[in-house]
Design a binder for this molecule. Structure first.
Ligand code: DAH
Length: 341
């Protein structure tokens, strides 16, 4: 019987599974109810009493070693399975794609505008969304009774002294002039806030991009050429611009800029309401009062400024008719824009 026990011990030690299922088969064959160990136990019952002590110890050792070996093998194969693909997995199958988010259309358009102006030498400037009266109105030549200062248009946080949510990114012009002396060439993207009813064409929170260029001898013609370049880059090479006289407290003269309608090519359609033109921004030569308020000598320096709504540019560029879509965060809408993905 000792021989049989030793033989089984040797097989246990030398057992090398080829697959994880071999281990379980081996366990059943050796340690199972009808397995070889139990057969030896049966035989043990019949041996002479004087041999029982010695053989009992040998059988115990066999049982312990077989159990330990099987447990160790199971552990080894479980770790290997974690690292290795199971043998029946098809490694040539294409991987499952990770669903990436896409960039928001407002960010895409904002980035494009910033990029176009950075090619003209503009750098990005930023400013706070919570502002005071000076940076949003007074330093920009708004008279005290101007309607934009009204509660109807502006969200005030505190009165006297006035703390408010900026209604336009023109406040960043002022912050830039405080920090920097000419030449100044900045592009200022940011969120702005207005007390407006939400509709297909207006929202109480939206995005603007402001531009400011101040140096010696900057002219209206420089402004027109820069804005034409911008319009062609964003709306296409065939785009034309026109300027209509307008009024802003901080520029003189001021103009409204239209681009030729990119949908009908200027012939007139529903989007441009038959005019062939779409309004895209306000602009003008920086008012000497604004330069003075910011300690810049208007005799020496001149400049131009412009400001546009990013949602408006994005609506015109993509033919989106309802501005609210940009705020609803419906991924089916948002996924359509990011060509990079
Ligand atoms: N701040 C103006 C607005 O919110 C936009 C604007 C117009 C900015 C003319 C300018 C400018 O810098 O010159 O409607």
């Amino acid at each position: 019987m000792t021989d049989k026990i030793n033989e089984l011990l040797r097989r246990v030690e030398e057992f090398k599974p080829k697959a994880a299922s071999d281990i379980e088969e081996f366990r059943i064959r050796i340690l199972g109810k009808k397995g070889e160990l139990n057969a030896l136990m049966e035989e043990f019952k019949t041996v002479a009493p004087e041999l029982k002590r010695e053989l009992g110890q040998q059988l115990n050792r066999l049982k312990n070693e077989a159990t330990a070996r099987i447990n160790a093998l199971r552990e080894e194969w479980r770790n290997a399975a974690d690292e290795q693909a199971p043998a029946d997995e098809d490694l040539t199958r294409p991987g499952s794609a990770e669903h990436l988010g896409s960039r928001h259309p407002i960010s895409l358009v904002k980035n494009q505008i910033v990029e176009v102006f950075s090619r003209l030498g503009y750098t990005v400037a930023e400013g706070p969304e919570i502002e005071d009266d000076w940076h949003v109105f007074s330093a920009l030549n708004f008279p005290p009774e101007h309607p934009a200062r009204d509660m109807q248009d502006t969200f005030f946080i505190e009165k006297n002294p006035d703390i408010l949510l900026r209604t336009h990114t023109s406040s960043i012009q002022v912050r830039t002039m405080e920090r920097q002396k000419p030449p100044i060439r900045v592009i200022c993207p940011g969120r702005v806030f207005r007390n407006e009813a939400i509709s297909y064409r207006a929202h109480c929170i939206f995005h603007q991009i402001e531009g400011l260029y101040i140096d010696e001898g900057v002219s209206f013609a420089d402004m027109k050429q820069s804005l034409l370049y911008f319009a062609k880059e964003v709306f296409g090479e065939q785009t034309r611009i026109r300027m209509r006289p307008s009024y802003f407290p901080f520029t003189e003269p001021s103009a409204e800029v239209d681009v030729s309608c990119n949908l009908c090519g200027g012939k007139g359609c529903a989007v441009c309401k038959g005019t062939g033109w779409l309004e895209i921004m306000g602009c003008g030569m920086v008012d000497p009062n604004v330069l003075k308020a910011n300690d810049i000598d208007p005799e020496k320096y001149s400049g131009f400024a412009f400001g546009m709504g990013v949602e408006r540019i994005a609506m015109l560029k993509y033919g989106v008719k309802d501005l609210r879509l940009y705020f609803e965060n419906d991924v089916r809408f948002l996924h359509q824009f990011d060509e990079a993905l």
